[in-house]
Design a protein around this ligand. Structure first.
Ligand SMILES: Cc1cc2nc3c(=O)[nH]c(=O)nc-3n(C[C@H](O)[C@H](O)[C@H](O)COP(=O)(O)OP(=O)(O)OC[C@H]3O[C@@H](n4cnc5c(N)ncnc54)[C@H](O)[C@@H]3O)c2cc1C
Length: 323
């Protein structure tokens, strides 16, 4: 029986693991990968205390820091598929937990921290599945060089979409940034950089309807939501950058989720609706999804888990509401 199981290997998980080790908790971290979503970034420039770091080096640094903690055991690559409540081994706690994984293993702990982050959302339009890998792509850092001298559409006007456009600057001949809203949503500084580049055309109020092609992508069809007109952009590639889906399936029915599938937490303690389960980072209903915020919340979760294990009552309003 572990004191604590942490699910995930991004900044939230590693911060939680380092703090759990400082409290001498017998901890198990189960993760598919280390580094989290920004692992694919060329350059992370807002990790506080570091001017710039590549996603690859960031992932290595996180993994190294966690592996330096003597009381933390790591299972990687391993995916948590389900979480169950089991009877408590101590009258001071209402229950313990069992975690099952894709390797057929199960592990037990007195408390859990869920930091499983999120994954890319799909557009869900005709042609997306058919042309995946044949012009439809989801990782600009990985796949931008494939589109040398080609015309490319990037769908999505948030930070991920803007970053994809910047990644394509050195390669693509023309870049269409297609966004369904009236205005772009990402960082003002990156927007400015994009607007200055003559390769880029920004198309707003555009609802993507279909990705068309024969063997490979040949175009992107969209509806202009102002005029109602259907238009087609002649492109060889489409990068889909339309947001994220939280990886919360393993705790569905165990803790409260919001309508987006995010784990609802008390932002003071990182407690979920189930006493003994805490959550941090992009898997939660936190408004701002960032590395530093995830790390900070991971720390809050670890300190709250420690108080919970000591029997100190710092239960959240969320827990009180659901109990
Ligand atoms: C392309 C891109 C660039 C970005 N650049 C920046 C940036 O420059 N600066 C910044 O601050 N933020 C950036 N972000 C946002 C930042 O990456 C996230 O806010 C941050 O990664 C969230 O950390 P997290 O630990 O909550 O979750 P994640 O980073 O999503 O990590 C989740 C971890 O959980 C593991 N996992 C998932 N499901 C399971 C499971 N069932 N069982 C076991 N393990 C599981 C995954 O393998 C992963 O290790 C970027 C995001 C993207 C997509």
């Amino acid at each position: 029986m572990y004191d604590l199981i942490i699910i995930g290997g991004g900044p939230a998980a590693v911060a939680a693991g380092v703090y759990a080790a400082r409290k001498k908790l017998k901890t198990l971290v189960i993760t598919e990968t280390f580094g989290g979503q920004s692992m694919v970034s060329d350059s992370i420039e807002n990790w506080i205390g570091t001017k710039t770091i590549s996603g690859f080096d960031f992932a290595e640094a996180l993994e190294g820091h966690l592996r330096a903690q003597a009381s933390v055991e790591i299972k990687m690559p391993e995916k948590v598929t389900a979480v169950h409540e089991i009877p408590s081994t101590d009258v001071k706690r209402p229950h313990d937990f069992e975690v099952q994984t894709d390797q057929g293993n199960s592990y037990q702990a007195k408390a859990l921290i869920v930091t499983s982050g999120s994954r890319r959302r799909r557009l869900g339009v005709p042609g997306e599945d058919k042309f995946e890998g044949k012009g439809v792509a989801y990782c600009s850092t990985c796949d931008a060089p494939i589109f040398s001298d080609k015309r490319v559409a990037v769908v999505g006007g948030g930070n991920a979409g803007l970053e994809a456009v910047v990644d394509l600057f050195p390669y693509a001949s023309e870049i269409y940034l297609v966004h369904r809203g009236e205005q772009l949503k990402g960082d003002a500084v990156t927007q400015e950089e994009i607007r200055k580049n003559p390769k880029v055309e920004i198309i707003l109020n555009a609802q993507t309807q279909e990705i068309v092609g024969d063997k490979f992508v040949t175009g992107l069809r969209y509806q202009d939501s102002k005029s109602g007109e259907t238009k087609e952009l002649p492109v060889d590639g489409v990068f889909v950058e339309v947001g994220a889906v939280p990886n919360s399936d393993m705790v569905k029915g165990v803790v409260e989720l919001n309508p987006f599938g995010e784990v609802v937490i008390d932002h003071r303690t990182a407690a979920t609706s189930k006493p003994g389960i805490f959550a941090a980072g992009d898997v939660t209903d936190e408004l701002y999804k960032q590395n530093n915020i995830s790390a900070g919340q991971g720390i809050t979760a670890a300190l709250s888990a420690y108080s919970y294990l000591l029997g100190i009552n710092k239960r959240s309003p969320t827990a009180e509401k659901v109990a």
